[in-house]
Design a protein around this ligand. Structure first.
Ligand SMILES: [Zn+2]
Length: 266
């Protein structure tokens, strides 16, 4: 370990002393999160540090009279840490660069009404959705989720992880546009990303046009931004399904998130 890393680790431990997720709570949290099983003990230590840092830097605010307990806050922060596990290195950079465009997660107790009217595009897919939502993200502003849909549910047909979905939108917005193209790393190829995602998006839309029951949630066919957010949910929650349906998308997401959820998932 270099001197700078040592100093940074010391400063980080010092700044987190008051807000570090207590060990007992941490063990309870990861025990209830099946996705955590794919990480090694060392990686879990890194995730605890990252989740604590997220709790320290971001607000997790309950609304509509919801009672947000400490275990719930720890779960939300750990889900957020899981998404940026390969992107953020808290011991070297304490500023959470990839989470810089939001400060707050508003937590509703249940799906909430977004106050809009529904409009449809020429394919009959919703262009603007009015009704009850599980989550929402705005270019300026925070992330909105509801607690009911934030937890894995065995009866759901499709992967559904509302916080990961909304955070993917925020990553997408980092380079200005919400278009399914987040800022890529220097070892990635912009054209390959564009070709892979355009092809998969077109393929999903063709399947829907033909009335085929799609493997992944048809909501991904709404637009390229939703395709990126929905495939991010699958990448973490149901990686095998995504890898079978769209192997090239899985590979690009693996390069982007710097994680390979399939390495131990059978
Ligand atoms: Zn979305």
């Amino acid at each position: 370990m270099g001197m700078l890393t040592r100093i940074n680790r010391f400063l980080l431990q010092h700044s987190l002393r008051k807000r570090k997720i207590p060990l007992k709570l941490w063990h309870q949290t990861i025990h209830n999160m099946p996705l955590m099983q794919r990480y090694t003990n060392t990686e879990k230590m890194h995730l605890r540090l990252l989740a604590s840092q997220i709790l320290n830097h971001k607000l997790i605010t309950p609304v509509k009279g919801f009672e947000l307990t400490e275990p719930m806050q720890a779960t939300i922060a750990t889900q957020a840490a899981l998404l940026v596990f390969g992107l953020e290195c808290p011991e070297q950079d304490r500023s959470l660069t990839w989470l810089r465009n939001w400060r707050e997660i508003l937590v509703y107790p249940a799906p909430f009404h977004n106050g809009r009217q529904t409009t449809f595009n020429e394919k009959g897919l919703p262009a603007s959705w009015g009704g009850f939502e599980s989550g929402e993200t705005h270019y300026q502003g925070g992330i909105i989720i509801n607690w009911q849909d934030d937890q894995p549910h065995p009866l759901r047909r499709h992967a559904n992880q509302v916080l990961l979905h909304e955070m993917a939108h925020k990553l997408d917005m980092l380079d200005g546009d919400t278009n399914g193209h987040p800022p890529l790393h220097s070892n990635m190829n912009q054209q390959v990303w564009f070709d892979v995602f355009s092809h998969a998006f077109a393929h999903l839309n063709e399947q829907l046009d033909q009335g085929i029951n799609t493997t992944i949630n048809p909501y991904a066919a709404t637009d390229p931004a939703e395709f990126f957010a929905v495939t991010t949910e699958y990448f973490f929650e149901a990686p095998r399904i995504l890898q079978r349906a769209f192997p090239d998308v899985y590979q690009q997401l693996s390069l982007f998130y710097r994680q390979d959820p399939l390495r131990i998932v059978i």
